[in-house]
Design a protein. Structure first.
Length: 452
């Protein structure tokens, strides 16, 4: 590749911040809120025009992993998001919730407002349409961030930085070690979520909702028909999110690397074509979808994995199997191992769905009601980086456990812990590795975190 040397220049610098959070998805929104709530002057940078990440811009139609089958374990700010979300969705409110109540549906426009209000009330300053462009470091740690927006390039300096980019961009550009995918270049497939409206089988009542697994039968017929070449597997999750409106986390886009802009560009174009084929297939094979209208595809791609930052501790499959607890755990997670295959599995398309899912549960020892595992604070502290924390999908785990912690509920809980820790570090030495985790846990409990 040819190179180009930048001319020496001076950039405007804003060094007034104590905590700077990069990435405004669930982890970043919670991190910024927690830091500002603690009194730290906090800036939240988001590359798009709304907070919420996959739940808003990505159109994932429901939250998962909020509960252990008996009780909610994603609490604190995560609980606020859940409760404010369902308050505007009458079909989600039920005095005796079934398992679907633990996996609440998402109205993406309402969720945008929930996040806006949460960060604003805490005193966070938000910069939309602002992209991290470079990370400047010294021996003392990250010195400044270079960002790009409509004002051009500018520099931002804080005392502590929280990487909530999902891909670990800030940490990696600062020199953090990381692992990526399976180590051989294979990554889980992405999904380009979409919304269908004018669906006729919807009644706005909690009891009327059909399990999303019902969507798999028409997809099976579409596969066998040969008329929809972009439908290549049985991945089909759907949820009714409003009158006549269904959200689909359906279909896979394979061989996507979200750290490669050209790869993401190709995947988004492919995903939009794929979504239209799903609409057409559902109109043909799914009663009630005959007149369905493709209202929207995600503004961002649904990415399941890229980099995992190596922290002071790596959470492993053995920890998951042991339902492990840690003295420095900052949240509990009850979502099962969910690692999607790197290529379509033709055999799976011919298996009864219940048989297929039973085989998966046996392989990963699916959790029984009431079971969960702890996420230690040390998974949020990148090795060798003094003033950087990570939260969300890119925390320090092995690949299988990444398939559990990557969900939005766990991103919210790790984000809240990272933001609170960042505020404490900014107030003290600035070194995130020096945090008194007993004090951190005590403060999190004070904000209703689930830390038994």
């Amino acid at each position: 590749m040819n190179t180009y040397s930048l001319a020496s220049r001076t950039l405007p610098l804003d060094d007034s911040w104590e905590v700077i959070v990069v990435g405004g998805g669930p982890a970043g929104s919670a991190a910024a809120t927690a830091a500002a709530r603690e009194g730290a002057k906090t800036l939240l940078i988001e590359a798009n025009g709304a907070l919420g990440g996959m739940g808003t811009l990505g159109l994932v139609p429901f939250f998962c992993g909020y509960a252990d089958g008996e009780k909610f374990v994603a609490r604190g700010l995560a609980e606020r998001v859940r409760l404010e979300m369902i308050a505007g969705m009458p079909h989600e409110i039920d005095p005796e919730p079934d398992w679907l109540q633990f996996w609440p549906s998402i109205d993406p426009e309402r969720l945008k407002r929930v996040y806006d209000e949460m960060v604003t009330e805490a005193g966070v300053t938000v910069l939309f349409h602002t992209t991290l462009a470079s990370v400047e470091t010294t021996e003392a740690g990250v010195e400044a961030l270079i960002v790009a927006n409509k004002t051009g390039l500018s520099a931002l300096r804080g005392q502590v930085y929280v990487d909530c980019t999902g891909d670990g961009d800030l940490a990696v550009w600062a020199g953090a070690e990381f692992e990526k995918g399976d180590g051989e270049g294979n990554l889980q497939p992405a999904t380009h979520c979409f919304l269908l409206t004018n669906v006729d089988d919807y009644v706005y009542e909690h009891a009327s909702r059909s399990p999303e697994v019902q969507a798999r039968e028409p997809i099976r017929k579409a596969l066998k028909s040969g008329r929809y070449p972009l439908i290549v597997d049985l991945h089909a999750c759907r949820r009714q999110i409003g009158p006549g409106t269904h959200g689909f986390n359906t279909g896979h886009v394979y061989e996507v690397d979200a750290t490669d802009p050209m790869s993401v560009t190709r995947a988004l174009m492919h995903g939009r074509q794929q979504a239209e084929q799903y609409r057409a297939a559902l109109a043909e094979f799914y009663p009630g979808c005959e007149n369905a209208f493709l209202a929207a595809t995600g503004a961002v791609l649904g990415v399941r994995e890229t980099r995992r930052i190596l922290g002071d501790y790596m959470l492993t499959m053995q920890d998951y199997l042991a339902r492990q607890s840690f003295p420095d755990e900052i949240c509990r997670n009850a979502y099962n191992i969910d690692v999607h295959g790197t290529a379509p599995d033709p055999a799976a398309a011919d298996k009864d769905h219940e048989t297929f899912m039973r085989e998966i549960r046996e392989r990963v020892r699916e959790y029984a009601p009431g079971e969960s595992f702890g996420v230690p604070y040390r998974c949020l502290t990148p090795r060798g980086l003094r003033n950087v924390l990570v939260a969300g999908r890119c925390i320090s785990t092995d690949r299988p456990v990444n398939g559990s912690v990557r969900i939005m509920a766990c991103c919210l809980t790790t984000g809240e812990a990272a933001g609170l820790a960042a505020a404490l570090a900014a107030r003290d030495s600035g070194d995130v590795h020096d945090i008194d985790t007993e004090d951190l846990r005590r403060r999190l409990r004070g904000y209703d975190a689930y830390l038994p």
